[in-house]
Write a protein that binds this ligand. Structure first.
Ligand code: GAR
Length: 194
């Protein structure tokens, strides 16, 4: 197994909008010797995102962009990412749709975690829709980001059983637990050919 040290880990930025439990989990993973990535930058579109507090404690650089002017903010982010030598972006509960131009600049280097078994239930309210559709299973997917929403190449998926008593909240909780396992696993998979 290849061991990655500070100097040869890929500098990675995480983008969040809210709680940031995936972010926190990725930071923990990135601190392990087997992680090919090092999280050095956090971007949020929400100044109240809880993940910002965690990042401060871990001394991870952070910036807030409110995306009121998307083109302007995306250009500033691109400059910042270049300056920080960021080579990979992990979207983790980031609720802004990035522009085609932005995605092109980081082609093949943006990952996202989505709380459904893609291609089923792209977009929002995945858990509610899965339950209403009487699905037996839902789950989560790590995929590459392309300009088509939630449609890029799938890296890994994890199935989660929907039980009769599940509501969107309980299902979200069950799936989030699996997301925390899946995201690091997917990152390891991408780099396993090194
Ligand atoms: C996660 O369930 C993630 O899959 C979802 O938001 C949640 C964020 O939780 N992402 C999306 O819905 C993206 N379309 P977290 O802030 O605790 O990581």
């Amino acid at each position: 197994m290849i061991k990655f040290h500070g100097s040869n880990k890929l500098k990675t930025a995480v983008f969040i909008s809210g709680t940031g439990s995936n972010f926190k989990n990725l930071v923990k993973f990135s601190n392990s010797k087997i992680s090919p990535i090092e999280i050095t930058f956090l971007i949020s579109n929400n100044s109240k995102a809880k993940g910002l507090i965690y990042a401060r404690g871990k001394k991870i650089k952070q910036k807030i962009f409110k995306f009121k002017n998307k083109i302007k903010d995306e250009n500033m982010i691109l400059n910042q990412l270049n300056k920080e030598n960021i080579k990979l972006i992990c979207l983790a509960g980031f609720m802004v749709i990035l522009s085609k131009n932005f995605i092109k600049k980081f082609k093949g280097k943006i990952l996202n975690i989505h709380p459904s078994l893609l291609p089923k239930f792209k977009g929002l309210n995945t858990h509610k829709r899965a339950i209403e559709n009487n699905e037996k299973f839902s789950g989560c997917t790590v995929h590459l980001v392309t300009s088509k929403l939630d449609s890029g190449k799938i890296i890994l998926q994890k199935k989660v059983k929907i039980s009769k008593n599940d509501n969107p909240k309980t299902l979200a909780k069950k799936i989030l637990k699996q997301e925390h396992i899946l995201y690091p696993k997917a990152i390891k998979k991408i780099f396993s050919n090194l």
